[in-house]
Design a protein around this ligand. Structure first.
Ligand code: SF4
Length: 275
């Protein structure tokens, strides 16, 4: 873990919050901030709500407890962990907040979905086996660990993520791979699918969207590390040419159909509408 990470223990107003994500009623974020430091992070807007001046990725607030006593009826509800952090980020090893929350959710009858980039999720296999309904997803944008290192320096390797999916399958836990975010002309999504197909229930795909500080950060990375791709990235992200995504969408669906892989493609410009 990053040694300069600023960690603050805080009292949250509540753990369970209504969700705006399609398909989920509630979301739980046990942490504010995320040590994974993904180059494209979509959660950076949370800085506005967290009273931090430090750059995103250099701090994490740990919600050690909550002031809320208001019970939420979660029977039959879809609950997602997590939307603006990774609930199995390295701090979870010490704080065990996600584990504790899952234990508390067990009798609630909620349908739980977890998405992570961390092999720490395997620690809680024992709990997953006792939950009425749980699906665990692993997010990955590449099978190439040098690209993984450049884009998601704090998260675990591509190989470890495949191991997580395989272990989930071996333990009878429903799993899926979220191939995301797909970096144009860089993410080797076919290699990921071929490596994971044998032990993964389904695949979903999300395209790279660049908002706020992520746009100049990723464009600088492309300019410095992949200058031959700069004109293509400018076409997509500065001239808003969406044709790359619509043809990639067709290619992904044809590839998955041919191999009989269950796949959903969630490509959008900035909202939920599909390209
Ligand atoms: S794992 Fe998610 S929340 Fe954490 S830095 Fe990466 S994109 Fe952001």
């Amino acid at each position: 873990m990053n040694n300069t990470l600023k960690i603050r223990e805080i009292v949250a107003r509540g753990y369970v919050n209504p969700s705006k994500l399609p398909g989920y009623d509630y979301v739980i974020n046990p942490y504010v901030g995320c040590p994974h430091r993904c180059m494209y992070c979509y959660a950076e807007f949370m800085k506005r709500f967290s009273n931090h001046d430090e750059p995103w990725g250099t701090f994490t607030d740990v919600k050690i407890r909550s002031t809320s006593v208001k019970p939420v009826d979660l029977r039959g509800k879809n609950v997602f962990l997590s939307s603006v952090t990774d609930c199995y980020n390295p701090l979870e090893e010490k704080y065990r907040l996600t584990r504790r929350l899952l234990e508390q959710l067990r009798p609630c009858g909620a349908k739980i979905t977890i998405l992570t980039k961390s092999s720490l999720v395997l620690r809680d296999l024992d709990i997953f086996k006792t939950l009425p309904e749980v699906t665990v997803g692993v997010s990955a944008n590449t099978a190439d660990d040098s690209l993984r290192w450049e884009t998601e320096p704090g998260a675990c390797s591509a190989l470890e993520r495949l191991y997580v999916l395989k272990t989930l399958r071996e333990n009878g836990i429903k799993n899926w791979m979220h191939v995301a975010p797909v970096f144009p002309h860089l993410s080797d999504w076919k290699a990921l699918l071929e490596a994971a197909a044998e032990f993964t229930d389904s695949f979903s795909f999300e395209n790279l969207k660049l908002r706020g500080a992520a746009l100049p950060r990723v464009m600088l990375f492309i300019t410095q590390k992949h200058p031959q791709l700069k004109p293509m990235y400018e076409q997509i992200y500065q001239q808003n040419d969406l044709s790359y995504w619509s043809s990639l969408r067709k290619e992904i669906l044809a590839f998955c159909n041919q191999r009989k892989l269950a796949a959903s493609v969630f490509f959008s410009e900035n909202g939920p509408q599909e390209i």
